[in-house]
Design a protein. Structure first.
Length: 308
């Protein structure tokens, strides 16, 4: 699975909006806010406070009127140059955003969300710029003695789940089944909300097995009809149906998700195979079939061999 195929930044933008959903009437979110003709190639969310409301969430306590959030995916590295780039963005935001009502530098904050604590960067800043760091809470650090208030949010297992449950979903090899089960139940109640859909799409890419394990644990009585439809779509999308065909229904989903759901999966698989067969009989090319039916080349070739 290529890193470029996973839509990390839209999922982060969605997660941040859900983190602060209790304050949605007091915050304005700008996704990838463009300041110049040429993009700075930086994944930024700008959160503007519309009034002086106090935010209780630890990651939001630093917020002033204009808050720049920079995100690095779990497999990406936050370098010294990245630090200067996000600061450059903040300075440009100050200079270019509201010319008729200049922004004070004291009204701006920077939040840097990373998967690992940037030791090299912190060492550099301490040695070269004389800054200090302080841990506000597990996973949240303030960089002090700078003109722009800055915090680093380390999105790993140590980050407080109570205060960052949506952000913590964006971790590879998610081990917290309780967090996933809570998310799935909440997702089931918000399937029409695009913020939830964006996050769930990424979760099915990065934590497929964990998602399926939670569904299995929940069992049919707890799985709503909408969730079942989603599960079937996820299985097709992630080509788990290929594993089912190769290893058998029982082994392919480890006796999975109860008889009702397995029967529906088996039906979906058979229908897909029949569509591939009909397309091959009509003489369509492999490329055409994969595009029309949204299947892989391997699926088409497997059916072709079965027909010989």
């Amino acid at each position: 699975m290529g890193e470029e195929k996973i839509k990390w930044h839209p999922a982060f933008a969605a997660a941040i909006q859900l983190e602060f959903k209790d304050y949605k009437d007091h915050l304005d979110f700008k996704i990838e806010h463009q300041l110049t003709a040429e993009p700075l190639r930086i994944d930024v969310v700008v959160i503007k406070k519309l009034d002086d409301i106090e935010i209780d969430k630890t990651m939001g306590k630093i917020f002033r009127k204009y808050n720049v959030m920079e995100y690095k995916s779990p497999t990406d590295y936050f370098s010294i140059d990245d630090y200067y780039k996000v600061r450059a963005y903040a300075y440009l935001y100050k200079v270019l955003s509201e010319k008729t009502n200049p922004i004070s530098i004291e009204e701006i904050t920077i939040s840097i969300v990373v998967n690992k604590y940037p030791n090299k960067l912190i060492k550099y800043l301490k040695e070269k710029q004389g800054v200090n760091t302080s841990q506000i809470e597990k996973g949240i650090y303030y960089i002090e003695n700078t003109d722009i208030k800055t915090q680093i949010i380390v999105n790993n297992k140590n980050l407080n789940k109570k205060d960052s449950e949506y952000l913590k979903l964006l971790q590879i090899k998610q081990q917290d089944s309780g967090l996933l089960e809570k998310w799935i139940n909440e997702y089931a109640r918000n399937t029409k909300d695009p913020l939830y859909s964006i996050i769930m799409n990424v979760l099915t890419e990065i934590n497929t097995n964990s998602i399926l394990e939670v569904y299995k644990k929940m069992g049919v009585p707890q799985i709503s009809e909408e969730n079942r439809e989603f599960l079937l779509e996820a299985i097709k999308k992630l080509q788990i149906d290929k594993k089912i065909r190769e290893e058998g229904i029982e082994e392919g989903i480890e006796k999975g998700i109860e008889k009702e759901v397995k029967q529906r999966i088996e039906k979906e698989v058979k229908e897909r195979i029949e569509k591939i067969k009909k397309s091959l009989i009509k003489g369509y090319s492999v490329e055409t079939i994969t595009e029309i039916l949204e299947v892989s080349n391997e699926d088409v070739e497997r059916v072709r061999k079965q027909m010989k």
